[in-house]
Design a protein around this ligand. Structure first.
Ligand code: G
Ligand code: G
Ligand code: MN
Ligand code: NA
Length: 251
């Protein structure tokens, strides 16, 4: 109960902060985009894990206020990076169900001056499947603005691969569970390659998440499994200033 009151206060005070995890081309040279990850530093308890406070916010019905706060901060921070770098913001299932997200996004882009082409929005596979009929029109509208829509945690939501071509998405972010064992288990690598070739056939971009080791990276490169890589092998989530520094160094 106390935590709920504290979270409400933090959201009201604009205290949710954002860190960024870069996505690189597989050669590690091109920094293409950064995923915005919400952080809450509790005055006494310290850092609270995002999956915990996001779930509390969902229960309290205030998660969209967090989405809007993260969106605004992400658009401002991205505006300070080189133009080739985009930013990717996570949506909650509530954002698909309630409110006028497309209108809010449009307003935030206007106010911050960020080009829609630089903004990506991530919806988890499970929330997309759950809310597809409600979300389709809104996602289509966002895509018409020039925003990129990604399916997050792809492969964990039990959607049928056969209808990937009907979803309003541009990119799949393949869940880290598909990468974990590719070095040890030949069947896991085959499964990953199968998903990748399917997405490629549909002109859908591919991000592989949770790449931790050089060995995993080498296999992904060898089999040309990804357009972009996000994972500890390249970078942890970092501050907006660190992204700018990294971009400079990469140039
Ligand atoms: O870095 P990590 O521990 O940040 O993130 C844990 C989980 O919390 C991930 O599944 C991530 O997608 C989710 N998450 C992080 N930031 C946000 C956010 O701003 N909104 C939503 N809905 N989820 C987020
Ligand atoms: O669910 P989502 O894809 O939004 O998750 C982002 C989460 O994944 C964050 O908690 C981030 O810190 C975490 N993460 C990022 N890279 C790695 C990695 O290489 N390995 C693991 N285990 N987690 C990662
Ligand atoms: Mn994500
Ligand atoms: Na994910």
């Amino acid at each position: 109960q106390r935590l709920k009151a504290d979270l409400r206060a933090a959201v009201d005070d604009n205290d949710i902060t954002v860190v960024y995890q870069p996505m690189f081309t597989p050669d590690g040279r091109g920094l293409a985009c950064c995923e915005a990850l919400a952080r809450w530093h509790h005055p006494e308890k310290g850092a609270i894990a995002p999956n915990i406070f996001i779930q509390i916010a969902e229960e309290m019905g205030i998660v969209s206020a967090i989405t809007h706060q993260v969106l605004r901060k992400a658009c401002i921070d991205c505006g300070n990076w080189p133009e080739t770098i985009g930013v990717s913001v996570n949506l909650s299932v509530h954002d698909l169900r309630h409110g006028d997200l497309a209108g809010t996004v449009e307003r935030i882009l206007q106010e911050t001056g960020l080009s829609a082409k630089r903004l990506h929005l991530e919806v988890t596979e499970s929330s997309l499947i759950e809310e597809l009929s409600a979300a389709r029109a809104m996602l289509d509208r966002l895509r018409q603005l020039g925003i990129t829509i990604s399916i997050d945690d792809f492969g964990t939501g039990f959607s049928s691969l056969s209808y990937l071509d009907t979803l309003p998405v541009d990119v799949v972010k393949i869940d880290r569970s598909f990468v974990r064992d590719i070095g040890e288990n030949a069947r896991r690598l085959k499964l990953l390659r199968g998903i990748v070739s399917l997405a490629r056939g549909l002109d859908i971009g591919i991000v592989i998440e949770g790449v931790e080791t050089r060995e995993q990276l080498a296999l992904i490169k060898k089999h040309n499994c990804a357009d972009l890589i996000q994972g500890y092998v390249f970078s942890m989530p970092i501050s907006p200033h660190a992204v700018a520094a990294l971009a400079e160094q990469a140039e």
